[in-house]
Design a protein. Structure first.
Length: 615
């Protein structure tokens, strides 16, 4: 324990919190300060000055075996046997209090790594319980199958004075009532929860929730029953009234939506407004046999229009995340975007309370399907490189040629579709935003301030922290897709982040050990160039990332470096996803004169481009 000569009355420091009483906080690192040769130490009128002033000899008089909880609490006593303990954080030092012990589980969190969200969770839970942040202590967490996150929490009483260090009965009942009534504010991030236990020990052992109604007179019980009946009648009448009024509003809303869709069809050229009946006929009444995909927004069906055109029909489910705004955004965006690497919108349907978008059909599914370990087919390096280039060209079109430019905001492997020739086409523009335009002063802002939306694992960390969306946010997301193409890994798996894992492997010189073994042989120099590009796209600071134009140019340079045999093997045609393919089709490795045994990056000879078979 180092004694510091700062003239301060602070005892412990923890980063991220304001000064509370006599201490600060700095993660879990605790520092103890002693004042040496400070004039204040000579003032005997200051109470307990000895706690803060060292010995006159200047030695370190703090025992080395002090724990975090008792480091500055030598003169305090806390009856551990009575289930009291020192509060980890409080407005006063050495507060001995009795906590409530709670078992709590998140049933469906939207993340698989908890550490970045600890502060948000603490704020969410304490605000829901009307407690101060210092009253909550997360003792332990355990990930369970599902995934579900089980926690062991401690709630400490609010510190009002030096004597009140336990909860009173009314506060205990209030807190338990909040947990058991599921009245917490809804959270898309943390999802639903369940209370596993509410343990009362020590000074709270007298509380018995099962016997709280004892002592109530019969007269009171009769009054309660009569009041309940009266309330039930009133509630029934109110509910009936609300249902009737809501039905009338719903009919009015449907009428407005039909007229809105009609007006929209007039304004948008080349996009057909289908009737719901046409959609029903195209999908055999949305038969499950025609379903080809499913997501948070709803389901995707393979449909056949009256002119025998095969299309993909995305049907939003009731209460899906894609609302009317996102629905209209995607129609308006796709109706004026035309590029071989962007999915084409055929039409839409907005009637009878339904939202349907009709796209050109992509028989080979998504890039995520092909990279999945469950896929029976696979892609060689040449095909993967061409998919990466096609995706980059599509996004470059959005950034530079669309008028006004567009930020996609949700680039991921499942939003890159593949046609019959495995040409990449970027899809799903429901979260897209128009780039900023010139303001009154003649300047163009370099970002759009907006609520953070996207998919965990692909989100630009700078956008997540500042809510400033830029073209470099799309560059980051595409860089994550490149890492998926190279490794076959998912962006987040069991708490591991693909960007961090690839960075560690690259720095340690073991990059080739995590390359997707199903990719077969590949030119080492080309792979190294693609790794460097992907990691460059995933830099934390946006200004250190390349522009999308630079990304496309580098991918074209890498493609030119590919041996002719590799490129020739990538030009054959593959049948629909899931069907058998010929021996020369994409997804199968080919033999060429460059194939060698397993070679590490350090064994490569300058000027030679060997093809490496990964482990």
């Amino acid at each position: 324990m180092t004694t510091l000569g700062f003239q301060t009355s602070s005892d412990t420091i923890k980063k991220g919190e304001k000064v509370i009483g006599k201490y600060l906080t700095f993660y879990d690192i605790l520092l103890f300060f002693r004042l040496h040769s400070n004039p204040i130490c000579n003032n005997a009128n200051i109470p307990n000055i000895g706690q803060f002033c060292g010995s006159q000899t200047g030695g370190n008089d703090i025992p080395e075996n002090l724990t975090k909880s008792t480091m500055v609490c030598l003169i305090q006593e806390c009856p551990v046997d009575g289930n009291y303990e020192f509060m980890p954080v409080s407005p006063m030092l050495c507060v001995c209090a009795a906590p409530l012990r709670i078992g709590y589980r998140l049933k469906s969190p939207s993340f698989s790594y908890f550490s970045p969200y600890v502060y948000q969770f603490e704020t969410y839970l304490t605000s829901s319980l009307n407690l101060e942040p210092y009253q909550l202590s997360i003792e332990s967490i355990v990930w369970e199958e599902g995934p579900r996150l089980r926690m062991y929490l401690k709630l400490f009483p609010r510190i009002i004075d030096d004597h009140t260090h336990i909860f009173n009965l009314s506060e205990i009942l209030r807190i338990r009532g909040r947990f058991t009534s599921w009245n917490f504010t809804g959270s898309d991030l943390f999802g639903p929860y369940e209370l596993l236990n509410f343990t009362l020990l020590g000074p709270y052992s007298y509380v018995n929730f099962g016997t709280q109604v004892k002592g109530i007179s019969k007269g009171v019980l009769v009054a309660i029953v009569l009041a309940a009946v009266a309330v039930s009648v009133i509630v029934s009448a109110v509910v009936t009234f609300l249902v009737v009024r809501r039905h009338a509003r719903h009919q009015h809303t449907l009428s407005r939506r039909r007229s809105s869709a009609s007006r929209l069809s007039i304004k948008i050229d080349g996009v057909k407004n289908f009737t719901f009946k046409e959609m029903t006929l195209a999908t055999e009444d949305f038969n499950s046999s025609t379903q080809v995909g499913q997501g948070g927004y709803g389901k995707v069906y393979r449909g056949i229009l009256s002119d025998n055109t095969i299309v993909a029909i995305k049907r939003a489910k009731e209460g899906s995340l894609q609302g009317q705004k996102e629905f209209l955004t995607e129609i308006q965006m796709l109706s004026r975007l035309h590029h071989r690497n962007l999915v084409s919108l055929v039409g839409y349907c907005d009637e009878e309370g339904e939202q349907l978008l009709v796209y050109e059909f992509m028989p080979n599914g998504t890039l995520q399907d092909w990279l999945s370990a469950k896929s029976k087919e696979t892609l060689n390096f040449g095909v993967r490189l061409q998919i990466a280039l096609g995706s980059a060209k599509g996004i470059l079109y959005l950034h530079t040629e669309a008028d006004p430019p567009i930020f996609h905001r949700d680039i991921k492997a499942s939003n890159i579709l593949l046609d019959t020739k495995l040409t990449a086409k970027v899809a799903d523009f429901g979260l897209s935003r128009l780039a900023p335009v010139m303001d009154d002063e003649g300047t163009v802002p370099n970002h759009v301030s907006t609520i953070v939306k996207g998919t965990p694992g692909y989100l630009d960390p700078e956008y997540f922290l500042t809510r400033k969306l830029t073209d470099k946010s799309d560059v980051y997301s595409l860089g994550v897709v490149f890492l998926e193409i190279l490794t076959g890994m998912k962006p987040i798996t069991h708490g591991k982040n693909i960007v961090r894992e690839v960075n560690l492997a690259h720095q340690s010189g073991t990059m080739f050990s995590i390359i997707d073994s199903r990719m077969g042989s590949y030119p080492a120099e080309c792979v190294e160039r693609l790794i460097a590009l992907a990691l460059g796209c995933c830099q934390d600071k946006p200004e250190q990332r390349p522009s999308m134009l630079d990304v496309v140019r580098e991918l074209e340079n890498i493609l030119r470096m590919m041996p002719e045999t590799e490129l020739d093997s990538s030009k054959s045609t593959l049948k629909y996803f899931g069907e058998s393919a010929s021996s020369s089709s994409w997804g199968f490795t080919t033999r060429d004169p460059y194939v060698s045994s397993i070679v590490s990056g350090s064994d490569l000879v300058s000027g030679v481009i060997p093809t490496i078979t990964p482990r």
